[in-house]
Ligand binder design. Sequence first.
Ligand SMILES: O=C(O)c1ccc[n+]([C@@H]2O[C@H](COP(=O)([O-])O)[C@@H](O)[C@H]2O)c1
Ligand SMILES: Cc1cc2nc[nH]c2cc1C
Length: 336
Amino acid sequence: MPPFTTFADFRNRLSDLPLPDAAARRAAEERNRQLTKPPGSLGRLEELAVWLAGWQGTARPRIERPQVALFAGNHGVARRGVSAYPAEVTAQMVANFEAGGAAINQLARIAGARLTVRALDLDRPTADFTQGPAMSEEECCAALQAGWEALDPEADLLVPGEMGIGNTTAAAALCAAILGGEPETWVGRGTGVDEAGLARKAEAVALGLRANPSARRDPLEALRCLGGREIAAMTGAIAAARARGVPVLLDGFICTAAAVVLARSVPGGLDHALAAHRSAEAAHGAALEALGLDPLLSLGLRLGEGTGGALAVAVLRAACACQDGMATFAEAGVSG
Ligand SMILES: O=C(O)c1ccc[n+]([C@@H]2O[C@H](COP(=O)([O-])O)[C@@H](O)[C@H]2O)c1
Ligand SMILES: Cc1cc2nc[nH]c2cc1C
């Protein structure tokens, strides 16, 4: 397939989306009813098994090849004192991911997930969005395309992850433009900024909305004007997974902002996604609520990198193990 170079190409690629298999869902519900437990006693695990059954087209779904697709990008807005860390940390952490020394390397390993890392033009930060658009449509499409291509054709579950100093400010601006509300309600402590840093973040978001009036008109335009390359790449990867019917576990606030773009630009675009966790970033709960997503975990994480998503793979595996391995009442001779 040719790479998309316009937002229209991107939308076209998502015009005919697969639906979950209703017969497989019913078969999974039927099997679930026969397993040796009181109905509903495995709580959300039961819903997860049925949900996965729909996407995998089988009553006994399994997670065999999960992928954590990690993207890194640099942000012009980082020059405005909106992060507790300098922008060089983005590239330094990419080296750390490649050497196996970051949190996500450990969590992807114990999740049995393949970790792929894609750094996007780190020596060419996006433009400072308080002065005008962060990216051209061409640049934004190149990042969407990089994300689309990063999805492993053999993956049966995707966890998008990100690293980008300053990106909680970009994510806050995206949420404000697409979901509405005041800048102050969307900014949070990120990597750990103080009160003054928080005020600079709110100001940057307010200036960004003023400097980019087109951002409120269209979610992909918001992505171009206020987002960043790693955010656009996550949108592209989540979209590629949707086109292939591969389930997605969303990570923290920045990943959720990338998902907001897709949810609000393509009908049903996020039907294949669950929220892995609610991060400690103040506005993450509100962003999840706007998407109608109820997070699986809440562990106070605020790291990004796909860490919350990688942790939640174990929850999906647990749902599959029970659905597949439990005996039925008839098999076990247990009175139903
Ligand atoms: O995932 C989250 O909810 C999350 C919350 C706070 C910070 N982060 C990570 O921290 C970086 C952004 O923080 P900041 O303060 O530089 O905007 C970026 O690399 C994210 O992966 C991630
Ligand atoms: C050290 C460090 C690691 C990170 N991983 C994701 N975001 C990060 C931000 C910092 C500062």
